[in-house]
Design a protein around this ligand. Sequence first.
Ligand SMILES: [Zn+2]
Length: 170
Amino acid sequence: MPLFALEIRAQLENVTALRPASDDYTLMVRTKCNSCHEEHPKLVGITPGSEIEMKGGRGTADFVMSCSFCKRESSATFPQPTSKAPLWRPYSPSPDSGPVWAPICTLDVRGMDIIGFEPEGIWSCQGTGEGSKLSKFDEVEFDGGEWTDYDEKSGEPVSIMELEGRWVRA
Ligand SMILES: [Zn+2]
């Protein structure tokens, strides 16, 4: 079962715990067919819990697509989350380490390779204050991989810059 992890890297200023805002976030990715090696021309969305039927009674997946060139069917599914491996893992690099790669989710991928990622949709993160000083940002949207705001509780500027993603074998 080919398992791939999406790792992200970003420059976080005064925020931590970056992740998609909701569990059923649709992950937008680029794919390439394993049979004919053609890249799919568009971004495709993979949503946890979709339960789409695969051909030939092979069960369900979160994403099913027939290659537009060779027609072969491919699929992707988020593994069942566990307490050790939740569906989405918050990106919380230590303030001293600077931008480091860390996995935020895994996908069981069949019949294709996943080769790209776009941080579309709504994300969330939180400030670095404690207790009543903790700010939550629930509507983080990226424009060119960047987001900026102001933390009213801590009185500090907050930003996420240079967000990028890569897929690695898990
Ligand atoms: Zn193909």
